[in-house]
Design a protein around this ligand. Structure first.
Ligand SMILES: [Fe+2]
Ligand SMILES: [Fe+2]
Length: 369
């Protein structure tokens, strides 16, 4: 029997390490900080990281089953790749990369919505004991810490930037405060968070209706539980796939001859990458805890957790690798085409751009129109 702590208070899961120096990104005070030896330490990880390790160990001991996860190789590498992106910047076509960085920061900021997630009564949802688990701590610090990591946080007058502000800072350092467009509306609509034409308004009733219309599981499985699992799986996949984006950004923005800032932008991205690991880890832990338990249906019937989590996992994975991926590729190709459209050598640039990549976009998108 392990004696590791598996019950934590909200405040414990949000507790910070002592930092010798705070992190400033492009002049903005951000989360986390540095130890005496200069090593970066992620925010709110004093107890959160050991807690996740303890819940994982407890699960393996109690259920004899491994913690699930998806290797990063499940997702394709970033598009455009580093060579293509470098080529565009060298040719003075900076807008596609600037827009990509803006979009990443914008989507990170949506992470603040996590704290509004509805979590049903978990003990009523499962046959087995749900105490001393990661799932029991979703509303006791895990979601709030995640929301603050992504979107930043303001408390007692101290504004603290999160990943949203750190990506924007990386962009502004590397490209010396480029002209940017606010991508919030576009991204809210593209991700299905708000309805087109709503002006970015988030309507929980509409989201619920949409979720109900897209239900995958038997009506006997409580809808709130299905929605919770679906959200966590989708979030987990975004978090894992993002490691390709970090590799791309760190290599591209770490090139002193290509971008400004003496490597500062790439360092910021490396800090963001470090902060993401606890996100991936708590999500896969909660999903494992649910997979290996038994769901209590509305009728009182029992459903194996694996038959609840499995289909939602498979559908979200197919979506992430299929339609979502295609949508992203199309967006980039359109944007690159748009960015070179006004140039006399636009057609040639586009040809060279595609020659540097391994992905050939659909023929009808391969134009400067
Ligand atoms: Fe993030
Ligand atoms: Fe994250």
């Amino acid at each position: 029997m392990s004696s590791a702590q598996v019950e934590f208070t909200f405040d414990e899961l949000l507790a910070e390490h002592e930092y010798a120096e705070p992190l400033f990104a492009g002049g903005v005070r951000c989360h986390g900080g540095f130890r005496d030896d200069g090593a970066y330490v992620s925010p709110r990880t004093k107890h959160r990281v050991p807690a996740i390790g303890a819940w994982q160990a407890k699960h393996v001991a109690d259920f004899g089953a491994p913690i699930l996860g998806a290797p990063i190789e499940t997702w394709p590498a970033a598009y455009p790749n580093v060579a293509q992106s470098r080529f565009l910047i060298e040719q003075g076509v900076r807008q596609p990369v600037v827009s990509t960085l803006t979009r990443i920061g914008t989507v990170e900021g949506f992470g603040g919505l996590i704290r509004h997630s509805i979590v049903p009564d978990l003990q009523a949802s499962f046959v087995e004991d749900t105490r001393q688990t990661a799932m029991a701590h979703l509303l006791r610090g895990l979601y709030e810490a995640h929301a603050r990591d992504e979107a930043g946080h303001a408390e007692s007058g101290v504004d603290e930037g999160g990943h949203k502000q750190m990506w924007f800072a990386a962009r502004d350092v590397a490209f010396e405060h480029p002209v940017t467009e606010d991508e919030t509306l576009t991204m809210l609509e593209r991700m299905g968070i708000s309805q087109p034409g709503s002006g970015g308004k988030i309507d929980p009733a509409a989201l619920r209706a949409q979720g109900l219309a897209n239900r995958l599981l038997s009506d006997d499985v409580p809808f709130e539980l299905e929605a919770l699992i679906e959200r966590m799986v989708r979030l987990l996949f975004i978090e894992i796939a993002a490691f390709h984006t970090f590799a791309w950004a760190e290599e591209l923005l770490g090139d002193d001859e290509l971008v400004a800032g003496d490597g500062e932008a790439a360092r910021l991205v490396s800090y963001i990458r470090a902060d993401e690991t606890p996100h991936v880890d708590y999500l896969r832990t909660v999903l494992t805890e649910m997979r290996d338990r038994t769901v209590v249906g509305a009728s009182g019937a029992h459903h194996k957790g694996v038959d609840v989590v499995g289909p939602l996992w498979d559908r979200a994975l197919a979506d992430s690798l299929g339609p979502r991926r295609t949508e992203q590729l199309e967006l980039v190709v359109r944007e690159v085409g748009h960015a070179v459209a006004g140039r006399a050598d636009g057609g040639e640039l586009l040809e060279q751009f595609h020659a540097l990549g391994t992905i050939l976009p659909r023929a009808d998108l391969n134009s400067t129109q």
